[in-house]
Design a protein around this ligand. Structure first.
Ligand code: CUA
Length: 410
């Protein structure tokens, strides 16, 4: 089932094409079968060959006319759908000011819908929320029933954003920005229309009541709130098939909570201030004890993770070459959706999550061939060395500690 107006428009268009081409298939195939049976050669057949119909103006013009008609039947709704899916509508109830209850929204943004900048990398996705000052990777969170405007860019090769149940596909092309809009579920007006409420389309929000609003909220919660699967839909290199993403659709309050959480980021493992932690790290790192601290020390030090990854809150984890790791312990998958640790009920399978972190850090080249993290570890940029300065990959014990640290980021 399509979830939302874009996927619905696309499904309608697809079905229309199926009907038209199905009709052509049956008509042409029917004539073909009829002719084969009727004019087949029989034993001792002495009938003359049938006369050729070449040059019959009625048939020729009729066939040309029928072809044009069929193409027009497909073309008009196709063009309409192209415009519809391209132009982000101005839906009053989708304006940020109308639903976003979190803090620090710039005043001029109150009239805009939520904007997400989608950036494609080989082979993962960055999702930036410029109005809210947050960035996440591979798992986007969006509010149910609201128009969301997407700006699509790529830093390397062509990728394609495809979230099948909600919308798709639009390419991410290096050197230019494409845009599209998505909406998980119907807005209030459209929902009322589908409920068969007379005049809902023209009366708009005029037909309103707390009870209707409640029913609408129930519809969103039961049919739309979910965890959706997305996939890169344009071949982009050896790990193209492993470039997945997710979209979690939530209600307005959950969205505001998520934003606040992303904004705050993470404290140190033992409740010190980050200044104190770094002072201890520089002077006497043995004072920072416990597995999570050990993992963080490796993250900042020998493993060089912070060179490429941001962890919000940590003032020195500022690298932007790799995915933002803020709250990575709360995400349901790793390695751009390739390793899952989500239970059916939406909770996280903690043991599987640990295994996934371990596998990913230890053997990233096996999990995702060609990825840059492996190249960093394997002799390209930023080789890993041990205390003696010798080249040395992470030991299993070190991978274990980093995994525990990353699991704690939630
Ligand atoms: Cu990115 Cu295929």
């Amino acid at each position: 089932m399509p979830k939302g107006p874009i996927a619905e428009a696309q499904l309608d268009l697809f079905m229309l094409t199926v009907y038209v081409t199905g009709f052509i298939f049956i008509a042409v195939g029917g004539v073909y079968v009829y002719v084969i049976i009727k004019f087949r050669e029989r034993p001792n057949d002495t009938r003359p060959l049938p006369t050729h119909g070449h040059g019959n103006p009625l048939i020729e013009i009729g066939l040309i006319g029928a072809s044009i008609l069929l193409l027009v039947i497909i073309a008009v709704p196709t063009l309409q759908a192209i415009w519809f899916t391209h132009d982000t509508p101005d839906d009053p109830e989708s304006r940020m000011g109308a639903w976003y209850s979190g803090e620090e929204l710039a005043e001029e943004e109150a009239d805009n819908p939520l904007i997400i900048k989608v950036i494609g990398y080989q082979w993962w996705w960055a999702f930036e929320y410029p109005q809210l000052g947050i960035t996440t990777a591979n798992e986007m969170v969006i509010p149910a029933g609201k128009v969301v405007h997407l700006e699509l860019r790529s830093v390397d090769v062509i990728h394609s954003f495809w979230l099948p149940k909600i919308a798709g596909k639009v390419d991410l092309i290096p050197g230019r920005m494409n845009s599209m809009w998505i909406q998980a579920g119907d807005n209030f007006i459209k929902w009322k229309e589908k409920q068969g409420l007379e005049g809902a389309a023209t009366a708009g929000p005029a037909i309103d009541s707390p009870k209707l609003r409640e029913q609408y909220a129930t519809y969103l919660e039961e049919e739309i709130h979910d965890y959706y699967y997305g996939q890169c839909a344009e071949f982009c290199g050896e790990s193209h098939a492993r470039m997945l993403f997710r979209a979690t659709v939530v209600d307005d309050d959950e969205f505001a909570e998520w934003v606040a959480d992303e904004r705050t980021g993470h404290a140190t493992p033992d409740g010190k201030t980050w200044d104190d932690w770094y002072a201890a790290y520089a002077e006497n790192p043995d004072l920072l004890v416990g597995d999570v601290n050990e993992g963080l020390k490796l993250f900042m030090g020998r493993a060089k993770c912070a060179t490429c990854h941001v962890v919000k809150g940590n003032p020195r984890a500022l690298g932007v070459a790799g995915p933002n790791l803020t709250n990575i312990g709360s995400r349901m998958s790793l390695a751009a959706g390739w390793l899952n640790h989500r239970n059916e009920d939406g909770s996280i399978d903690v043991e599987l999550q640990y295994d996934n972190f371990f596998k990913w850090i230890k053997e990233t080249e096996v999990v995702k061939p060609g990825n840059l993290m492996w190249k960093a570890n394997g002799g390209g940029i930023g080789e890993l060395v041990d205390e003696q300065g010798e080249l040395a990959l992470l030991t299993d014990d070190e991978v274990h500690l980093i995994s525990l640290y990353l699991q704690s980021l939630k």
